[in-house]
Structures are given as structure tokens and as C-alpha cells.
Design a protein around this ligand. Structure first.
Ligand SMILES: Cc1cc2nc3c(=O)[nH]c(=O)nc-3n(C[C@H](O)[C@H](O)[C@H](O)COP(=O)(O)O)c2cc1C
Length: 208
């Protein structure tokens, strides 16, 4: 990309093209490609440049199976509405690390904020904001690379997943991103069929 105009049009195209994909081909992903996408995604901004976002990569049949074995018991798996999601060759779990933010905000230039004192001091948990921001970047980069993805929640499984994959205490998984190549017969979810709210309903200029 040579200039800003080309960059912004490419972001627009990728944003427009992105859809949550819940049916994948089993084609494996070269670990180097995934590593490179994550390396780019982590360039999103972080509060105080704390850089407290980390990624757990489960790439390959065995690794992905370990995730689903941890989160979906047999009963739920038999009735799971998106069996094709389980075929995704890779899962990436973005983590926000509160500890990194606390220690950064104890440094001299941030100390006065009081945010280095405890997690409860944060009106908005920026480790979640920053992990979400990197996750969106990762999804766009995945789509730009020709693959597909789906961000989905861990809900009650966060603790189990953390234990299974030796994630340090305190690290918060904001969800899981399935990554791979879309199978032709992907179907959209009920959520995705909801129409986009009109811009005028969400844009509040000068006053709400
Ligand atoms: C924070 C968040 C949580 C989501 N959780 C789930 C989920 O648990 N399961 C799922 O199938 N999709 C999940 N999605 C995907 C949304 O349903 C989807 O993004 C939305 O319906 C719009 O469709 P699209 O992504 O195809 O544009 C989630 C998306 C976000 C941003």
C-alpha cells in the first residue's frame, strides 16, 4: 500500500467483507502465517502502552480438540447448532492481563491516577478494551488474508480453559476466535440477520 487513501479503502473493504463464519474446511494453517497475523494485530493501541494483551494459539487437530473437549461435553456437542465451527483448524484466545496494567500505572508518570492500586480502581477495565481492540484487528487481518473467522464467548468455560492450557491466574480471556477457510455451505446465525440500526439512531451529534 503506497498511501493513506489506499490504506483506508482497504480497511473499508475488509470491514465490509467480514462475517462470522461457523462452518470451516479442515485445511490446516501454517503456524508462521498465524504468528504473523497476530504480530500485526498486536500493534493496536493499549492504555499507557501497557501492552497487556497476550494470545493463546491452538493450531492443529490435537490442540483444537483439547479446547472442545474442555468446553463441550457429549450432550451439548450432540445438540450443538454449529458442528462446522468445530472443524476450524485453529483457535486463538486473546487475553487481557490486568497485572500488566497495574504495574504500568504504578510507574512515575501514571502513579497519580491511582489505577495502579487495584483492579477495582479501573472504571473501565482497559485490559478488556485492549484485548477487544486487538481481536478486531486480528479478525480483519484474517479476512484480508483470505481466511474466515468467528469470535465467540467462553461464558462459564473461562476458568476450565485457563486451567487446561496453564494460563496464569488473573489473565482474562475475552472470548475465542475460530480461524480457517470457510466451507461453502456456511449459514448465518439469527443474530446476523438482524438489520443494521440506522446511522441516525446511533450517532449523537453535539447532544445525545
Ligand atoms: C463480543 C461478541 C461475542 C460473540 N459471541 C458469540 C457466540 O458466543 N457465539 C456465536 O456464534 N457468535 C458470537 N458472536 C458473533 C456475533 O453473533 C456476530 O458478530 C453478529 O451476529 C454479527 O454477525 P457477523 O459477525 O456475521 O457480521 C459474538 C460477537 C461478539 C462481537
Amino acid at each position: 500500500m503506497k498511501n493513506g487513501a489506499e490504506n483506508s479503502s482497504s480497511v473499508k473493504q475488509v470491514l465490509a467483507a467480514r462475517r462470522s463464519c461457523r462452518n470451516y474446511k479442515t485445511t490446516p494453517i501454517d503456524p508462521k502465517i498465524l504468528e504473523n497475523l497476530i504480530d500485526q494485530a498486536r500493534r493496536t493501541p493499549t492504555a499507557g502502552n501497557s501492552q497487556g494483551v497476550e494470545f493463546l494459539v491452538l493450531n492443529g487437530e490435537k490442540e483444537v480438540a483439547a479446547y472442545w473437549d474442555t468446553t463441550l461435553d457429549k450432550d451439548r456437542r450432540d445438540n450443538f447448532p454449529w458442528p462446522g465451527l468445530l472443524l476450524a483448524p485453529a483457535l486463538v484466545i486473546p487475553y487481557g492481563i490486568p497485572e500488566r496494567y497495574l504495574s504500568r500505572y504504578q510507574e512515575i508518570d501514571k502513579k497519580k491516577s491511582g489505577l495502579g492500586d487495584s483492579i477495582d480502581a479501573w472504571p473501565i477495565p482497559y485490559w478488556i478494551v485492549d484485548a477487544a481492540s486487538a481481536s478486531t484487528a486480528l479478525q480483519l487481518l484474517v479476512v484480508e488474508s483470505g481466511m474466515a473467522c468467528c469470535f465467540f464467548g467462553q461464558f462459564e468455560n473461562e476458568e476450565k480453559v485457563s486451567q487446561r492450557f496453564s494460563v496464569p491466574r488473573g489473565a482474562r480471556a475475552i472470548g475465542t476466535i475460530a480461524i480457517g477457510w470457510a466451507a461453502e455451505d456456511d449459514r448465518s446465525s439469527i443474530s446476523a440477520t438482524r438489520t443494521r440500526r440506522p446511522l441516525g439512531d446511533v450517532l449523537h451529534i453535539s447532544e445525545w
